[in-house]
Design a protein around this ligand. Structure first.
Ligand SMILES: NC(=O)c1ccc[n+]([C@@H]2O[C@H](COP(=O)([O-])OP(=O)(O)OC[C@H]3O[C@@H](n4cnc5c(N)ncnc54)[C@H](OP(=O)(O)O)[C@@H]3O)[C@@H](O)[C@H]2O)c1
Length: 243
C-alpha cells in the first residue's frame, strides 16, 4: 500500500488529488496550515473511501519548521505532491511588499524548501516520486499576473532541474501545469468554460500521470499548444496587448 503525502491538502485541487489516489487504497497523509479544516477530509477518506489517513500541520512559509515536519511523519511517503499556492490580484501584490513576498515565498521558496528535504530522503533511498503543481502562468510573464507567474516560473525551472538530478537517483519528478481550474483561488474570475477544468479532472489527470511516470503534464492537454502559441508571440506585439 503506497503512502501519499499531499502538501496543501485543504486546496480544492489537493482534495481532488488525494481522492484520486484512494483508488489504489493508498495511505493518505494530509498536510495543511489548518488541521481543523482537514478533519472532515480525513473522515471522508476513512469512511467514504476506506483508506488509512492521517493529518499534519504544515506551513509552507515557515521554512525553519520543514525538516521537523518531515521527520515527524510516522511513515515516509512514497509519493509527495506539492499542491499549495497563493495568488492575489497583481495590482495589490505589486504595491504591497508583504503580498509580494507572500506570493514568492508560498509558490517558490516554500516549495523548494520542503522538496529539497523530501528529495534528499528519496535520493538516499533510491526511490520515490515527487509531484509539483506549478502553472501555465509560469510559461510567460504577463502584464496582469507577473509576480505569481514569475514565482511559478521559478518553481517549474526548479522541478525541471530536480527531475534531471533525481533521474540519476532513481527518483521520478513530475511537473503539473494546469491552465484554468474552478477553485477557491479563481472563484472571483470569469473563466472560459471550454478552457477550464474541474479540480476532479485535475486529480484524475495527476493520478494517471504518476502511474505513467509523465515528466510534464499540462491540464487540460491543449494548454501545451496554447502556451506554445503564446510563447511565440513576438515581444513587441505581446507588450502592447496588456494580457
Ligand atoms: N485554480 C487554478 O486555476 C490554478 C491554475 C494553475 C495552477 N494552480 C495551482 O494549483 C494549486 C492549488 O490551488 P487551488 O486552485 O486548489 O486553490 P486553493 O483552493 O485556493 O488552494 C490553495 C492552497 O494553498 C494553501 N496555502 C496557501 N498558503 C499556504 C501556506 N503558507 N502553507 C501551507 N498551505 C498554504 C491553502 O491553504 P489554506 O486552506 O490554509 O488557505 C490552500 O490549501 C496552487 O499551487 C495553484 O497555484 C491553480
Amino acid at each position: 500500500m503506497p503512502t501519499v503525502l499531499v502538501l496543501g491538502a485543504t486546496s480544492d485541487i489537493g482534495i481532488a488529488i488525494a481522492t484520486a489516489f484512494t483508488k489504489d487504497r493508498c495511505y493518505i497523509l494530509l498536510a495543511a496550515r489548518d488541521t481543523e479544516q482537514l478533519q472532515p477530509l480525513q473522515s471522508d477518506m476513512i469512511i467514504r473511501h476506506g483508506v488509512k489517513c492521517d493529518i499534519f500541520r504544515f506551513d509552507a512559509t515557515d521554512f525553519a519548521s520543514h525538516k521537523a515536519f518531515y521527520d515527524s511523519l510516522p511513515v515516509k511517503p512514497d509519493v509527495t505532491i506539492c499542491v499549495f499556492g497563493y495568488m492575489n490580484d497583481n495590482e495589490v501584490v505589486i504595491r504591497d511588499e508583504a503580498e509580494t513576498l507572500r506570493t514568492i515565498n508560498t509558490n517558490y521558496t516554500g516549495a523548494v524548501s520542503i522538496l529539497n528535504i523530501v528529495a534528499a530522503d528519496y535520493a538516499a533511498k533510491k526511490q520515490g516520486i515527487i509531484v509539483g503543481i506549478s502553472s501555465v502562468a509560469g510559461e510567460r510573464g504577463r502584464y496582469s499576473n507577473y509576480i505569481y507567474g514569475s514565482a511559478k516560473a521559478g518553481f517549474t525551472a526548479y522541478l525541471s532541474g530536480l527531475r534531471n538530478r533525481m533521474f540519476h537517483e532513481k527518483v521520478h519528478v513530475m511537473t503539473v501545469l494546469p491552465g484554468f481550474v474552478y477553485t477557491r483561488m479563481t472563484e472571483h474570475l470569469a473563466l472560459p468554460k471550454l478552457l477550464t477544468a474541474t479540480p476532479e479532472y485535475v486529480g484524475r489527470a495527476v493520478y494517471k500521470g504518476v502511474i505513467k511516470r509523465k515528466n510534464t503534464l499540462y491540464v487540460k492537454w491543449f494548454w501545451k499548444w496554447i502556451m506554445l502559441i503564446i510563447k511565440m508571440v513576438p515581444e513587441p506585439v505581446f507588450k502592447r496587448k496588456k494580457l
